[in-house]
Structures are given as structure tokens and as C-alpha cells.
Design a protein around this ligand. Structure first.
Ligand SMILES: C[S@@+](CC[C@H](N)C(=O)[O-])C[C@H]1O[C@@H](n2cnc3c(N)ncnc32)[C@H](O)[C@@H]1O
Length: 227
């Protein structure tokens, strides 16, 4: 597996809580060899992928299970925002009646209950994919300092599951995002939507973690799957 490292400073993106997700979307698009016109975006959120397209697709279907996110997604001719859960086989029954030339999923599939099942359903659509999945070394030192097990599956685990269904290339990219203060770093972690809202630390434990965290940056790890 190819490994790449990227470093950014939060101060350069102040106020934005999806700095890394935006970089993930850019990489997914930069790595394409064509400009697909019929696009499915699983876990589309408020439309980072659609907004980053440099061409006009003919039909763009964005799926998300958070109505508040779908509301914020760009609307318009050729754009269909669909309320749906990628853990739900019925969603894929519906999608089988549509035709796509590329399937994307950016920073969303790490939350699937049964990732193998979701991969199987995606693969059943017989369409090239570009998937970016957050993996276990995301916030690695936070979890180690707090003596907690990682929240997410490892990159090897996700790759192994995926290899059953896709003839793909794999790349792990680690991102470091540096902060001017610990408080700002923890606020980012809470608001970024990457931590999955696991509120397992009480106030005192969180204070201790903030005191003892040895780095001035957060760590992110993403597995890119491209077929
Ligand atoms: C971190 S956001 C990423 C959004 C967007 N893809 C981006 O790159 O900015 C993850 C998105 O996945 C959606 N999501 C998580 N689990 C989902 C599921 N089971 N079915 C559909 N959407 C889901 C969330 O609602 C959220 O909008």
C-alpha cells in the first residue's frame, strides 16, 4: 500500500471544521482519469464533492441520512438529493434502477455498521469507485494518551474487506493539522464530525487529556480505494 503524508496548519483555514474532508475530496477528484457525468455520492453531506467538481455532471445523486446536511447540499438541474442510509439494502435496490458512471464516497463509510455488506452492495452496482475511508490511526495519539482503543477499523482491515469486492488500487494518506492552542485543537476534534461523537470521557478526564496530549497537531489517516 502506497503511503503519503500531508501537513497543514489550522490557522490557515480558520473557522472551517472540515479542512481535512476538503483535502480528501480534492484528492478523490485529482486522482480521476476522466470526468464522469453520471455520479453517485454516498454520504454526500452538504455537498463538498459536488462543489469541487470542475465540470458539469449530467446527473448527480447525493445520498445522506442527515436531512440537515441534504438541505445544505447545492440544488439544481441534474442534482438529486436523496434521503437514504447506506446500511440499508433497500437503498441499493432503488439505486440499481439508476445508471452511474462513477461512485464516490468521501469521509463517510467509516460509520457503516457492516462495512463488508456496504462494499458488497456498492460493488453490485458494477461501477468504478473512488472511496475515502477514515481509519484507525485517526486521532491515534489522542486515543493512546487517553488509554482508549481506536474508534475506527485499521487501514489493513478495510483494505482486506474491500479486496473481496473491488479490483482496486489502495493508498493510505496521513494528514497532520497543527493548532496554535490545545483548546482550539479539541474544539476542532469535537466539531469536525470525524470523532463520531464518542463522548466517553468525562469533564475531568478530558481536562487531563488536554494537559497530557504531547503533540500540537491532530492526526488523520484515510484509506483511498480506487477501481
Ligand atoms: C464527515 S461527513 C462527509 C460529508 C461529505 N462527503 C464531505 O466529504 O464533506 C460524513 C457524512 O456521511 C453521512 N452519513 C454517515 N453515515 C451515513 C449512512 N449510514 N447513510 C448515509 N449517510 C451517512 C453523514 O450524515 C455526513 O453527512
Amino acid at each position: 500500500m502506497n503511503v503519503q503524508n500531508q501537513f497543514s496548519k489550522y490557522a490557515d483555514h480558520y473557522g472551517s471544521y472540515n479542512v481535512i474532508q476538503k483535502q480528501v475530496v480534492s484528492k478523490l477528484l485529482d486522482d480521476l482519469s476522466d470526468q464522469p457525468k453520471y455520479i453517485l455520492d454516498l454520504g454526500c453531506g452538504e455537498g463538498a464533492l459536488y462543489e469541487a467538481l470542475t465540470w458539469m455532471p449530467k446527473h448527480f445523486v447525493g445520498i445522506d441520512f442527515a436531512p440537515g446536511m441534504l438541505e445544505l447540499h447545492p440544488k439544481g438541474e441534474g442534482i438529486q438529493c436523496v434521503y437514504g442510509d447506506f446500511n440499508d439494502p433497500e437503498l441499493f435496490e432503488h439505486l440499481r434502477h439508476l445508471s452511474f458512471d462513477h461512485i464516490f464516497s468521501a469521509s463517510a463509510l467509516q460509520w457503516s455498521h457492516d462495512l463488508e455488506y456496504v462494499f458488497k452492495n456498492i460493488a453490485s452496482l458494477n461501477t468504478p469507485v473512488s472511496l475515502a475511508v477514515f481509519t484507525s490511526n485517526t486521532f491515534k495519539t489522542i486515543f493512546e494518551t487517553a488509554n482508549l482503543p481506536p474508534l475506527l477499523r485499521s487501514a489493513d482491515e478495510v483494505k482486506t474487506l474491500s479486496m473481496h469486492y473491488f479490483d482496486a488500487t489502495y493508498e493510505v494518506v496521513t494528514y497532520s493539522l497543527a493548532f496554535d492552542s490545545v483548546r482550539e485543537m479539541f474544539r476542532y476534534m469535537k466539531r469536525s464530525g470525524v470523532s463520531g461523537g464518542r463522548g466517553v470521557l468525562n469533564f475531568t478526564e478530558t481536562k487531563r487529556l488536554m494537559r497530557e496530549y504531547p503533540l500540537d497537531y491532530l492526526e488523520f489517516e484515510i484509506l483511498f480505494i480506487r477501481s
